[in-house]
Design a protein around this ligand. Structure first.
Ligand SMILES: Nc1ncnc2c1ncn2[C@@H]1O[C@H](COP(=O)(O)OP(=O)(O)O)[C@@H](O)[C@H]1O
Ligand SMILES: [Mg+2]
Length: 309
């Protein structure tokens, strides 16, 4: 049966907080070695879905299974590695004590902590209390605790917040190794373009429903918009009257033109301005594709924790 191959299976999930509907019929599957990125504006239901997946909440309707087991049972949760932003640390403990504790709770020897600390570059910090760590270092401790039991499913909520570019790349490399060994990953992130680079599938959630569940490149290719960037002597009026132009903008001394028919546009544009230069045609990115799905609440909301645009 195909379902035995699925690590995480959610079917018909509904969840409401009083009058507020957080999940409104969600179906989701994550297979071995797969990385699924959960995206969507603030309030979409991502955290609720994650809480159900890791057994912190019980479904009001529908089912969640991890390797066929109920995530609220301890035996099932032992197959799970979880790093949630909402989970704090007991600040009096050291890095070493925390990761060893996670190993022992997962049924392993404390010695299992050492190679994970090494892999995450935490060996030097092993004796330090977590209260003395930076945000990025704490993030790595969370990850070490999630990884130490070699889980079948990793559930990570905004795992790269507070990590610099190099640490982030290292983080995705560590995950890639686990995926190669068959671990499944469910990750929420506001870094849409980053998830496009690492996820096999992107799930776009909005108002408790899944709007799209597809490889990132499929989502992008569904969006017909192209951006033409060019240096030109033509004025805005002339540009707006060219065929197939949706919008004209300006980026420093370059003009940007949105269109769904770049070929028609370029034929006329090259003819009208033989002196134009620095021509570029770009696809829409995953961010634009997600915004197109979630509507005008998308752009700022999806990127709300990112740097101000
Ligand atoms: N503990 C709660 N009590 C009441 N409403 C909640 C609670 N947690 C979440 N909600 C509401 O449920 C909806 C989904 O929230 P959430 O799952 O946190 O979304 P996301 O993680 O995508 O931002 C939102 O409308 C939110 O306000
Ligand atoms: Mg959330």
């Amino acid at each position: 049966m195909a379902t035995t191959q699925t690590v995480l299976t959610a079917e018909g999930l509904r969840y409401r907080y009083g009058e507020t509907v957080a999940l409104d019929g969600v179906d989701l599957r994550v297979g071995p070695g797969e990385c699924v990125a959960l995206l969507g504006p603030n309030g979409a239901g991502k955290s609720t879905l994650v809480a159900l997946a890791v057994g912190m909440l019980a479904p009001q309707q529908g089912t969640v299974r991890i390797l066929g087991g109920d995530p609220r049972r301890a035996a099932t949760r032992r197959r799970l590695g979880v790093a949630l932003q909402t989970l704090g640390f007991p600040n009096t403990l050291t890095v070493d004590e925390l990761v060893k504790g996670a190993a022992v709770r997962g049924g392993l020897w404390a010695a299992a902590a050492a190679p994970i600390l090494e892999e995450l570059g935490l060996t030097e910090l092993a004796r330090r209390r977590v209260s003395k760590l930076s945000g990025g270092q704490k993030q790595r401790v969370q990850l070490a605790m999630a990884l130490v039991t070699e889980p079948a499913l990793l559930v990570l909520d905004e795992p790269t917040v507070g990590l610099d570019t190099r640490a982030r790349r290292h983080f995705w490399e560590i995950l890639a190794r686990r995926r190669a060994q068959g671990a499944a990953v469910l990750v929420t992130t506001h870094l849409i373009e980053e998830s496009a680079a690492v996820a096999d599938r992107v799930v776009v959630l909005d108002r408790g429903r899944i709007l799209a569940d597809a490889p990132p490149e499929d989502l992008v290719s569904r969006l017909p918009d192209r951006t033409v960037t060019v240096r030109t002597g033509l004025d805005r009026d002339a540009l707006e009257r060219l065929p197939g132009v949706l919008r004209v903008g300006r980026e420093r001394d370059l003009v940007t033109i949105q269109t769904r028919s770049p070929e028609d546009l370029l034929r006329v544009l090259l003819d009208r301005d033989p002196g134009l230069s620095d021509l570029r045609v770009q696809d829409a990115g995953l961010e634009e594709a997600v915004v197109a799905l979630t509507g005008d609440r998308g752009p700022s909301e999806c990127a709300q924790e990112g740097p101000a645009a």
